[in-house]
Design a protein around this ligand. Sequence first.
Ligand SMILES: *Cc1c(COP(=O)(O)O)cnc(C)c1O
Length: 221
Amino acid sequence: MVAEEIIKLREEIPEGISLVAVSKFHPASMIREAYDVGQRLFGESRVQELLEKIPLLPEDIEWHFIGHLQTNKVRQLIGKVALIESVDSEKLLALIDSESRKAGVVTNVLMQVHVAAEETKFGFLPEELMSYFKDKRFENLTNTHICGVMGMASNTSDMSRVRADFAEIRRIFREISEDNSLGLRGFDRVSMGMSHDWRIAVEEGSTSVRIGSLIFGEREY
Ligand SMILES: *Cc1c(COP(=O)(O)O)cnc(C)c1O
């Protein structure tokens, strides 16, 4: 099942767009099934769960952290993941940077932008994110590389709203990435799209989709 879904998705997702298989709440054995058909990118949303899975699985897996990251868990995560996709505050970013410096590593991150209707979703408001970049506050970072943005659409069956949310995330990304005065390098990733809306996200310019239930089945929380 898992293998078939991965193969099917790889055929459907346009070339050049990354597939992050979101394996949260699913056992290492299912991750292994995906690995065995060539999947190398996996997404997890809880630090403890991720740290338990890492030693059970091959070393060439690239782990993406995609959940809300509590400041008291940052130290445990540094050096373990290829990308933290869910940086949702400057405080968290500063902590990732200082812990990375202490550990002697550079951590790749995405800035999470909040455009969805729900108040419960985390992330920078578009105007907050714009001023963060326009004021060049990223210049304080020594051991963190901001690679782009991540976002989620509203949780609604109104697909025109979903499309508008993705278009807004993409617009914010472009406004930042096309501003040459910022001198950003390697700011080229737009992570958006999940199981039910990834096709729309791709149409609106996603470079990386995060797909869980479509591959692994429903999660039991
Ligand atoms: C769980 C999760 C996903 C995957 O959701 P599915 O609907 O199962 O594809 C993607 N992104 C984030 C941030 C998540 O927390």
